[in-house]
Design a protein around this ligand. Structure first.
Ligand SMILES: NC(=O)c1ccc[n+]([C@@H]2O[C@H](COP(=O)([O-])OP(=O)(O)OC[C@H]3O[C@@H](n4cnc5c(N)ncnc54)[C@H](O)[C@@H]3O)[C@@H](O)[C@H]2O)c1
Length: 364
């Protein structure tokens, strides 16, 4: 099925000497967006220097990144600001930031006056390969992840990988985890390349891999925009990941999305291995879990340990039972039949979860 609205994707060459994202904005052939919702990081760190001039014109809403901003109250704040600015329906809104800022900003843009033209300018690796493309916009609600939102495609997506230069090691790891997910569910060749890295490479060294990972997401969204089937495979590792995030939030423990998904994928790989009798497949799935474990241990060992201590099996299970992907049959998981091939809507029982969960995280 064709997309309800096909975004225009523009990539800025990494050799460009112009300001971040600027060549992409020019290449769109459009006049610049009227309104900007921007991660407050770029107010203090002027790597996107021209946005400070736009701010001088009163056209920037600075938004704090992080899960606590992914709330209806923040969406209301953005909408109130747009009303105060007298933003019109035929004007456009651009959002610059990582996954949390894009989720909030693009959601606000998708409902303001029933939706205006929106531009996605991802600034984290995770957002460039995942959150910034695909049209899922929204916020958390009462402790449940991404419970309220819309699926409406951005009109323009501008990628500029030069922006990753200021990313922390943790945020490179977070993006690498979503790239890992894309490779594991759909691209054995990409996985073969990624697994060679014992430590995570710098963003500059992984540009072609970022493009491949983003292309996987784009293909899946084009094939199944509203997640009736194939797109569900992008939730690999997310049922457990979201439960870990919810449990960590209750305890005020820091847990970034990518690390949560990484821990979730370790579980899902172990569980997938129990579902095949082919020893070679079992061992490649367990090896993949070990690679993820190694990356997490080198990038966020404390965060991972705290997250695993923040919740027991029963607590996680109660969060998993509230996952959006479930249906009347109970918890529905994505599993791999082999590297590069994922199946969705696989029922998962509590006893299977408890057994594999303990085994999966013995080493973390
Ligand atoms: N909508 C979707 O399809 C989708 C897909 C995947 C993930 N997500 C969501 O994305 C969120 C995670 O996104 P995230 O990991 O980008 O988190 P984030 O938005 O919190 O950004 C992480 C940190 O990086 C900082 N930052 C942003 N750009 C930077 C840069 N260029 N240099 C230095 N620091 C920078 C931010 O200020 C923040 O401190 C989660 O809430 C997750 O649910 C959404």
């Amino acid at each position: 099925m064709a997309l309800s609205q096909k975004p225009t994707y523009i990539s800025v060459p990494s050799s460009s000497r112009e300001g971040l994202f600027q060549p992409g904005l020019q290449a769109s052939g459009q006049s610049p967006p009227e309104w900007w919702i921007v991660d407050v990081f770029f107010q203090k760190n002027p790597s996107i220097d021209w946005i400070l001039d736009v701010d001088q014109q009163g056209r920037v809403y600075w938004l704090q990144a992080g899960e606590s901003s992914k709330a209806l109250a923040e969406v209301e704040n953005v909408i109130e600001w747009l009303i105060q600015k007298d933003a019109k329906r035929n004007e456009s809104i651009a959002v610059i930031g990582g996954g949390t800022v894009l989720d909030v900003g693009l959601f606000a843009a998708s409902i303001y006056q029933r939706g205006v033209q929106k531009w996605s300018l991802p600034t984290t690796l995770l957002a460039a390969v995942d959150a910034g493309i695909g049209g899922k916009n929204g916020v958390n609600f009462k402790g449940f992840k991404n419970y309220i939102g819309t699926i409406t495609q951005p009109d323009f997506v501008i990628s500029d990988f030069r922006v990753f230069q200021t990313l922390s090691t943790l945020d490179v790891l977070n993006g690498w985890m979503e790239m890992t997910k894309h490779a594991l569910i759909a691209d054995p060749e990409l996985w073969n390349t990624m697994k060679q890295f014992k430590t995570i490479p710098s963003p500059k060294a992984m540009h072609p891999l970022i493009e491949e990972a983003a292309a996987i997401k784009k293909r899946m969204v084009e094939a199944d925009e509203f997640e009736f089937g194939l797109r569900k495979t992008l939730n690999f590792g997310h049922t457990v990941g979201h439960a870990l995030e919810s449990a960590a939030a209750v305890k005020n423990a820091d847990l970034s999305h990518g690390v949560a998904v990484g821990l979730g994928m370790i579980f899902s790989l172990h569980w997938s291995a129990t579902r095949t009798e082919h020893l070679d497949i079992q061992s490649e799935l367990i090896d993949a879990a070990k690679s993820i474990e190694q990356w997490i241990k080198s990038g966020a060992p404390e965060q991972a340990r705290t997250a695993l201590q923040a919740a027991d099996c029963a607590t996680l299970w109660s969060c998993m039972k509230k996952d959006k992907k479930n249906d009347i049959r109970g918890v529905q998981e994505v599993s791999l039949t082999k590297i590069g091939h994922a199946v969705w809507n696989q029922p998962l029982s509590f006893s299977e979860f408890a057994t594999c969960w303990t085994k999966a995280h013995e080493g973390v």
